[in-house]
Design a protein. Structure first.
Lengths: 146, 85, 146, 85
């Protein structure tokens, strides 16, 4: 019921949803992060640590499954170059009841932000820069440890 | 002892390569020692390792602090704080 | 940026997502409730209060938009008879940042559960019964008023 | 004064119709008065209105408590607690 996918391919939301909905679930919460088109970024490139990335995502999903009563957990993260409007990450959590699905979904994306080895590089015209980690992400992940 | 070192993001860019295999001197015990030793190579290495507090690491794909021992690890990765999602 | 739809038609998640993603958003959180296939229900029928339903959903979405920094809010609720595995409700919240999208999504579905005039009737074989309201839904909606 | 009353879910089923127009007696001032008056009709009405605490209402499509005045409303709806989503 855990599905982890790290790929250069575009993220197919409908397919991922169909995989989960085929499992007789009651509630599915999802989060999708996209390349913002409105802050001048022409290209976003995602680098990752092959092997360690998948293991980290698997661990995050396992921890969510231990913490909430889940029927399915999916994490799909794209890597490589992508353009504004494209999906960077999709997480899905399915459960018999909505609170578990909603909370697990928030947990998956909060933890992914701080615990999975991805790095973003933004290109604006001739200028390329590595995105800086944000303290707010660390704070968001830490609220699950209390 | 030989060790594979992986670099990611701007650490990789500054050093100019993604991976190398090194023979560790005896005094390199922790990941922090490794960072300090790499810095002594100068050039891109010195630049990449200049601010250890901006670096994160994994030993055999497990995330650790810079004070972690390298032990008999086969692979150490050095990289900036992660920014996925 | 608010979209409300109450319809007997099946809910098209991909279409609703595409409408939102076309608006240059950074983060989209969604919740989808489905007819559970695993508790013996053959048919679920949703009755509603035409006019009042749409007004209630519009109000809930407006309140979410006042409370969080949203780029879009969508509530699609199906009515009439539906079968196990089919979608009953879909809510989507889009924002520049994930926390707003996630919180607004949870708010939309929590409030919908207690503040929108829908009634569920389950049929199991020859037995039809109206679903009873749950105290936990009232509690979930009230946590947003503090 | 004439008023349209809408019934939903098991209230509608017990009464046997979804909508009717009635002329209110003068003593019916609040929604609770309306519920009590409908109950006096007996049969399905008495059954539907037997437990007012299980009923919810809207006056001109605004959700209200049973103590709300009907005033010059054109439409009152009576129904069980909602169960959507």
């Amino acid at each position: 019921m855990i599905r982890i996918l790290v790929s250069v391919a575009q993220i197919d939301l409908a397919e991922e949803m169909a995989r989960i909905e085929g499992q007789d679930v009651g509630a599915v919460a999802s989060f999708c992060g996209l390349v913002r088109a409105d802050d001048g970024v022409d290209c976003l490139e995602l680098e990752h640590y092959p092997g360690a990335t998948e293991a980290a995502l698997e661990r995050i999903a396992q921890e969510a499954a231990e913490r909430w009563s889940l029927q399915a957990a999916t994490i799909v993260h794209r890597v490589g170059p992508m353009r504004p409007g494209e999906r960077i990450v999709l997480v899905l959590a399915a459960a018999p009841h909505r609170r578990d699905a909603l909370d697990a979904c928030a947990y998956l994306i909060d933890r992914l932000k701080t615990d999975a080895p991805f790095w973003k590089r933004e290109t604006r015209g001739q200028d390329a820069r590595w995105v800086e980690a944000r303290d707010s992400d660390t704070a968001a992940a830490e609220r699950w440890t209390s | 002892m030989t060790l594979t070192i992986l670099y990611f993001a701007w650490v990789r860019e500054r050093i100019g390569q993604a991976e190398e295999t090194v023979t560790l001197p005896e005094h390199v015990v922790t990941v922090g020692d490794l960072v300090a030793w790499l810095a002594t190579r100068g050039g891109g290495y010195a630049e990449a390792m200049a601010e250890p507090e901006r670096l994160r690491a994994a030993v055999d794909q497990t995330f650790v602090g810079l004070d972690a021992a390298i032990g008999n690890a086969r692979e150490v990765a050095i990289f900036p704080p992660v920014t996925g999602g």
